[in-house]
Design a protein around this ligand. Structure first.
Ligand code: MTE
Ligand code: LUZ
Ligand code: MOS
Length: 745
């Protein structure tokens, strides 16, 4: 069995993270001073008391930034340090630089921030009503919605209130900067986006990008929380190194990380769905109010994906989805596994649930009946190809005896008593590619050393998802050698330039294809040399299999090691760069149509729950999944992604409650007040794979990282059904998470 590349180091505790790399002896430590109020004008920052503390080296504010005080990646609306206004509690106002982390934290409490407070806005509907949007609202429209509603046998309407989610990566945000020659800065950052960090740090310094080198060995989890929000910490370390000429490090403690960083976007939504008497969905209309928080961050891109996934896996000929990124005084919300998809899908599943009540047709029948098939068109104009909605549904239904599960639940519920069972199915359809077409590019740099060992650098960041394991296996297979010859280097901006974030589940697709491109170039040279030494007219029929050069299917005397050494001695270039840009992608934001995705990932999950209707508690009995995997490069890694994604999805809709005060303060800012899934919480999970190769994925593989999270949504509807089985009139608002306090029976 192919192991996770990092497994051996992880279990021995030998894996290195940012603050494990041996620190330079003169390293300084940072703490951030955040705004005490959620909205206000900044009247002054008094650093006298902090500076007076022995061991405090400096306190920096906005005026100490040599370049541009700006880190907004999509929209330039985010100052690195607030200059005149604060917009959320924890909004960075100053950084303290001290000889020890403890001193830095203590001095931070001595910095006096004077703010004239204003009333914060925390609700996206309120921001929308005031017209306070991050960027103009967008509408995706297909067919004629108004006409279609007029001819529907059933029309249902409703509202959703969907909470955010904390990423809870084990390794909190952190970065280390070391000054080099001529003002150069070397950065170790726990980021999914080394290039974004490089660009922002250079911008803040007012220097070109080549003055900053970013190196990322691995992350102790990112989950989207380090796609954009690792940047400011790296910039703080950069500023400190620039000002002091010494290395500087910042490591957030958990409470500061929870208070200061953005999360999954909470959404509010209105929906309306129209169906024929037979249960065909004819029309769907939704308005999505995204709670963006105070700054744009990635909110507009997240919103775009909510628009794309607003109809999930369903065929709906007439659609109008209107979505707005609403500015509030919470932390700037950001990427989180699923990236807006989960919220869009929760809303359409809620509409289907209402539709089931109105039509009397069970929800799973409505779902199954309306699944997309090949030849259909998504509401954004992309043709549905290689659809696996029906096939994964039918596979799961047969293998896991779905009818029997419904019968068993009904039989249980008919007995009366205090418990009720609910069964729900959650199909998913998730588009693979960055929705911003230009981001779908990757580079790889391959070195073969004279001894036959191989070093591979790509733009892929290892964050536990196993990209290094997959890239190593892709390279080993393409080179025809054993994978232990291949070392995956730290992700570094001097080896691979302009890299896209490791995100959108596309890291292996993009960097794997770039690796294959580099290998094709290198093998071209090696095959030519082999043909020459073997006295063949052409390279046709030359292949390296199990480390032996084969000619027309027959092994030769030439091993990988011999060929590589000969190439070196013959002055053949043993390094190659590869580049990949996903073909056939386009999207026109004027018409809101195009082909934004290389392909879609499909699957179906079945959820069984038992609700104790006296106590208002529930047990998740099982989750059973048929997942569209493509041909896996590493089945164990992929299974881990499915189970991990599912756990995060289940937690999002049941346990994880971000509580905010009206003043915009996060109240659940410790793990004692924010409950995330643990081993006890997780139900038995059964996973089946369909393994049809994906033509654009390396060796037929498919992206796997994010889609399984959305299976989790199914459990919310299973719990709802169980409650309704006890009391059909019980009020169950479409509010997530379904925490115990929300179950009113
Ligand atoms: N798995 C682990 N263990 N740790 C992570 O941080 N991030 C998720 C997912 N799985 C994550 C993870 C997210 S949000 C994404 S986009 C993908 O991994 C990114 O990696 P990939 O593109 O290689 O799938
Ligand atoms: N990041 C991004 C993403 O910039 N664009 C995307 O489309 C995306 N999708 C999922 C996760 N991160
Ligand atoms: Mo994942 S939200 O694309 O980092």
């Amino acid at each position: 069995m192919r192991k996770h590349y990092d497994a051996i180091h992880h279990v021995r505790g030998e894996s290195l993270y940012v603050d494990d790399v041996a620190p330079p002896s003169d390293m300084l430590h940072l703490a951030v001073v955040g705004s005490p109020v959620a909205k206000g004008t900044l009247d002054g920052v008094d650093v006298t008391a902090a500076l007076a503390l022995e061991g405090v080296v400096s306190v920096l504010t906005a005026s100490d930034i040599p370049g541009e005080n700006q880190i907004g990646a999509i929209i330039p609306d985010e100052e690195l340090l607030a200059a005149s206004e604060v917009a959320y509690i924890g909004h960075p106002v100053a950084i303290v630089i001290a000889e020890t982390p403890e001193l830095a934290l203590r001095a931070a409490t001595l910095v006096e921030v004077s703010v004239t407070a204003q009333t914060p806005v925390v609700c996206p509907r309120e921001a929308y009503a005031k017209g306070d949007l991050i960027s103009p609202a967008r509408t995706f429209e297909a067919g004629d919605v108004d006409d279609a509603f007029a001819s529907c046998a059933h029309v249902v309407e409703g509202k959703c209130d969907i909470a955010g989610q904390e990423h809870l990566y084990l390794e909190t945000q952190r970065a280390r900067a070391t000054p080099g020659e001529g003002g150069r800065i070397q950065l170790y950052s726990s980021t999914q986006s080394p290039y974004a960090v490089q660009k922002a740090a250079a911008r803040v310094l007012g220097r070109p990008a080549h003055m900053v080198e970013v190196d990322v060995l691995r992350l102790g989890g990112g989950f989207g929380g380090k796609e954009d929000q690792a940047t400011c910490w790296a910039c703080f370390a950069t500023l400190a190194a620039h000002h002091t000429g010494r290395s500087a490090q910042i490591v957030l403690n958990r409470v500061d990380d929870l208070q200061m960083t953005g999360k999954r976007h909470p959404y509010k939504a209105d929906f309306k769905m129209g169906l024929s008497a037979e249960g065909d969905i004819l029309a769907y209309e939704a308005t999505l109010y995204q709670n963006a928080g105070a700054k744009a961050d990635l909110s507009t891109a997240v919103l775009e994906r909510s628009l794309f996934h607003a109809t999930n896996a369903y065929r709906i000929p007439n659609v109008r989805v209107h979505a707005a990124s609403c500015r509030t005084n919470l932390q700037p919300h950001t990427a989180f596994r699923g990236f807006g998809g989960p919220q869009g899908m929760f809303v359409v599943e809620s509409a289907l649930s209402e539709a089931a009540d109105a039509t009397g047709i069970p929800r799973h029948e409505l779902q199954r009946k309306n699944l997309l098939v090949d030849g259909d068109t998504f509401h954004y104009g992309q043709l549905v190809e290689r659809a696996r909605g029906e096939s994964t549904w039918d596979d799961a239904a047969a293998a896991f005896e779905l009818d029997g599960l419904f019968e068993a639940a009904e039989a249980h519920n008919a007995k009366g008593g205090l418990t009720r069972k609910g069964v729900a199915v959650m199909p998913i359809c998730f588009g693979i590619s960055f929705t911003k077409t230009f981001l779908n590019q990757a580079g790889a740099l391959l070195h073969v050393y004279g001894d036959g060992s191989v070093s591979l650098s790509t733009g892929g960041v290892e964050m536990g998802q196993g990209v290094n394991s997959k890239l190593r296996d892709i390279a080993a297979q393409a080179l025809g050698i054993t994978n232990t010859r291949i070392n995956l280097e730290a992700t570094n901006t001097t080896r691979v330039a302009n890299m896209s974030p490791s995100a959108a589940s596309a890291t292996t697709d993009l960097n794997g294809n770039a690796t294959l491109a580099a290998i094709r170039t290198l093998l071209g040279r090696l095959h030519a040399l082999a043909a020459e030494r073997l006295g063949l007219d052409s390279t046709d029929g030359i292949e390296i299999v199990d480390e032996v050069v084969h000619a027309h299917g027959e092994p030769t005397e030439w091993t990988w090691e011999r060929l590589v050494l000969e190439a070196y001695l013959s002055r053949v270039d043993l390094s190659a760069h590869g580049f990949y840009a996903t073909p056939d992608l386009n999207f026109d934001t004027d018409t809101e149509t195009g082909r934004p995705f290389a392909y879609h990932v499909w699957g179906s999950s079945i959820h069984e729950v038992t609700v104790d209707c006296l106590r208002g508690t529930y047990t998740i009995d099982s989750v059973k999944i048929t997942h569209d995997l493509g041909r896996p490069i590493n089945r164990v890694v992929d299974l881990g992604q499915i189970e991990g994604g599912l756990a995060q999805g289940l937690g999002w809709v049941t346990l994880e409650e971000l509580a905010y005060g009206d003043d915009g303060r996060l109240l659940s800012s410790a793990l004692s007040t924010y409950k995330a899934p643990d081993g006890d919480f997780m139900p038995p999970v059964h996973v089946r794979f369909t393994e049809d190769p994906e033509p654009t994925g390396p060796y037929g593989s498919k992206a796997v990282g994010e889609p399984p999270l959305m299976y989790g949504i199914g459990v919310w509807f299973a719990i709802r059904d169980a409650i309704k089985a006890f009391d059909a009139d019980a009020p169950v608002a479409y509010d997530s998470p379904m925490t115990l306090s929300l179950i009113h029976i």
